[in-house]
Design a protein around this ligand. Sequence first.
Ligand code: SF4
Length: 405
Amino acid sequence: MSLNSTPQSVRIHIGLFGKRNAGKSSIINAISDQDIAIVSDIAGTTTDPVFRPMEILPIGPCVLIDTAGLDDIGFLGQLRVSKSLDILNKTDIALVIVDSSLGISSEDLEIINLLKSKEIPYILVLNKIDKIEDKNKLINSTNLQVQCPIVCVSSINKDGMDKLKQIIINNVKYESSNLQLVSDLIKPDDLIVLVIPIDKAAPKGRLILPQQQVIRDILDSGSTAIMTKETTLKETLSCLNKKPSLIISDSQVFSQVSKDTPQDIPLTSFSILFARQKGDLEELVKGTKAVEDLKDGDRILIAEGCTHHRQDDDIGTFKIPNWLKNHTKKELIFEYSSGITFTDNITKYKLIIHCGACMMNRKAMLNRINKAKEYNIPIVNYGVLISYLNNILDRSLEPLLFQHI
Ligand code: SF4
C-alpha cells in the first residue's frame, strides 16, 4: 500500500477463512480482478495472514485478509491456524470458503460457530462450483447445515463474483468506517489548533498517522487547521485574530498545553479522539478509577496495536511506567504486548493501558476492551491516563460532550 492510500485501520476488514486449497487466494484475485494473491495447487501456500487493500463500491475502501488453511498441520501449521483465528478479532465480515467438491468440513463448521459466538456476520462461499453438476442440490444440503447467506462461485471462470460482492455489501456493517474523529464536534469555518511536539520519537520529514487523519477530518468538515509545537503555542495563540474553537494536543505535552491554553478555549487530545472513535471511551475513562487502588507488586499490561522502533524515552516502555510510579508511589511490574496478538492471559493484570490504536480498526480495539470487561480488568488508553495523571481529564473530555462518570 502506498503512503497516500487510505489507512488500513479505517478500511472494512473482510476475512477469508477455510481449509487449505479451498481457493481463498483465487477468490481474492477474482474479487479484485487482479492477480494480487499467490495461487498454487500446493496446499498451504498462504502462511501468515496477508492484507490486500481494494475498493468495493459503495462500501469504499476495504481490506481482504487471506488466511492460512484451518486444517494446517504440524507444529508450525497450528501456529498458522492460531494466527488465522487472531484475525477474527479485526474482521468486520467473514467469508467462509468451501471447496464444493468436498463439501462442508468439521473445520468449516468450527469457524462458523466461532463467528456466531463473536457475532461477526459471515457468508458461506461454495467455491469450485464449476466442478458440480447439480448446484441446487448442493445449496439445499448446505442450507440444512448452516443458516446464513450462501453464494456459489467459481474463481476459475469468475462466475458468481458480482453476486458475492453484492452479498458482502448487503451484510457488512458500516459502523467502523462511519465514526468521525472530530468533524462532528466542530462547525465549518471553525479554527482548530493542533499541538504537535517534534521530539526524538517524531518520524523525520512527516507527521504521524493520527495527526494526518485528524487534519483530514478537519478539512473535510470545512474548518481550518493550524499546527504549532507546544513551545510555540502561546505565541501562536497571541497572533490569531480569531479564537480557536478547539485545541487538540499530543498527550505527551498535555500538561504544558493545558497551562498555556486559556480556560475558555476547549482542549482535548489526539488520543482521546481516537479512544472515542476506535473504542469505548466511557469504559476507558472508568478504567482510571483503578489507578488509586494499585498496590506494590501489581502487574500492569501496556498494550500497543503495532510494533515500532522504540526510542530510549519511549512513551509505552519509559514515560508511562515512570509517570504511573511517580503518581502511585508503588513498585509496579510492567509487562508489554504489541502487534496483532493481544495477550492470552489478562487475568494477572490489575490494569491494562492501551495505546491510541491508530493502526487498528474499531472492531479489533473493541474486542480488546470487551475481553478486559469480561474478566473485570480495568482498561485505559494512553491519552485518558495521561490526562487523569495531570488532573485535566474533565477538561479534555468536555469538548466531546461526554457525560462523565
Ligand atoms: S503503537 Fe498504537 S498509537 Fe502508536 S502507532 Fe502503533 S497503533 Fe498507533
